[in-house]
Write a protein that binds this ligand. Sequence first.
Ligand code: PMP
Length: 421
Amino acid sequence: MKSKELFERAKKYLVGGVNSPVRYFKPYPFFVERAKDCYLYDVDGNKYIDYCLAYGPMVLGHANEKVIKKVEKQLYLGTAYGCPTEKEIILAEMVVDRVPCAELVRFVNSGTEATMSAIRLARGYTGRKKIIKFDGAYHGAHDYVLVKSGSGALTHGTPNSPGIPEETTKNTILVPFNDEEALEKAIKENRDEIACVIVEPVMGNVGCILPKEGYLKFLREITEENNILLIFDEVITGFRLARGGAQEYFNVVPDLATLGKILGGGFPIGAIVGKREIMEHFSPSGKVYQAGTFNGNPVSVTAGIATLEQLDENFYKKTTKFAEEIANALKELSERYKVEAKIYQIASMFQIYFNKEEVINYDIAKKSDTEKYMKYFHELLKRGIFVPPSQFECCFTSIKHEEVVEETINKLEEVFKALTL
Ligand code: PMP
C-alpha cells in the first residue's frame, strides 16, 4: 500500500499530509502517479475514471497532446520574465472575444486572487465598503469571503475560519441563494453602502445548485437599480457552461467576472475581466493596486490558449451529453432502488444530493446525508471511479469521457445496490 506509506510520510512534512484540505478523505487519499485522458493512475497500480478533474480545469482530459506540445515549446523559451509577452495579449483577446462582459483583462494566478482583487476593484471604484455574498458560495480562501463558505471550508466544518478578525468580515453581508426578498431586504438596509454582489451563477461549491428561472436576471436588475456592481464568479462556470460561460448561457451580463481553472489549461491562473470603465481603475492605469510576480505567466498563458482553442461546439455538445446521461442514470437508479436523492446537472456539471428536498440553497444542501454520500464515494472508488470526496463539491465530465459513460452507469447500478444493503 504505497499510498498509505506516502500519506504517513506526507504527514511528517505537510500539514495534514495534503496541500489543500479537499484532498483529504478517510482513511487516507490515494497518491497519484500520473494521469491521462479521463483516468488517474495511483501509486498502487489502480486506475480511476476521474469525475473530479482537478476540481474543474481538465476539460480536455489529462495530458492533452496539443497543450503539452505548446507548453513544451514554451518551457525552452523561458518560464517567467517579469516583462510582458504577446501571448498574454492573445489569451486576453480570446477571453474578450468569448466572455460577454469582458472588455479588459487582468491575469492573476488563482481564482482566490481573482475574487480578492475583483472585490477590491469594486470597492475602489464605488468608494463603498460592503459586499454581498451568498450562503455557501465559495470564492476562494481569502478573508473577505470565508464566511459561510462552501467547498473544503464546509466539508471540514469551518465555514467561518478562525484567524479572520470580525472587523474584516463585518462588511460581508450574507443572503440565501435563490431568495429575492432576502436580497431586496439586505440592499434596502444597507442602501448606498454596498460595493458589489458576488455570485457563483451556478453554485459549484455546495454541490451543484442551479439558479431559479429568472434569478440571475433579477440580480442584474436590482444591482443596476442600486448602482451596485454585479460580479459573476465564473471560476468554475467560465468556458464550461458555454463558450462565454454562465453569462452567455443565461444571457445576463455582469459588470465584472472572475475566471480561473479552465483558463489555465491545467496550470495556475486566474483573471478579473469586465467593463473597461471599471477595469481601468486597476494599477497602473488606475489607483486600485493589483500586482503579481507570476501574473500572466507564459506557461499558464500558453496552456490556456491551447485549451480554449479546442473548446468548439462539439466539445460543449458532447460534455453536456455525457453529464446528462449520467444524471439521468442517477435519477433512474435512485428511483428504482428507492434511495432518497436529488440530482442536478447543467452542461458538464452534475451532482447527486442524498436529500429529500429540492436543493435550492445552502441550508437545504447542508441537510443532505453526508454519511451516505461518503459511502457512495467509497463504493465508487472501490469500482475505479473517482468523484470529489464531498457532498459539497461538483462532478465534471471532460471530452475524454465518451468511452466510459456506459461503464460508469453500470458501476453506478452496483453502487446503488450496495447503498440499499
Ligand atoms: N471561486 C470559485 C467559484 C471556485 O470554485 C474556486 C475554487 N474551487 C475559487 C473561486 C478559488 O479558486 P482557486 O482555488 O484557484 O484559488
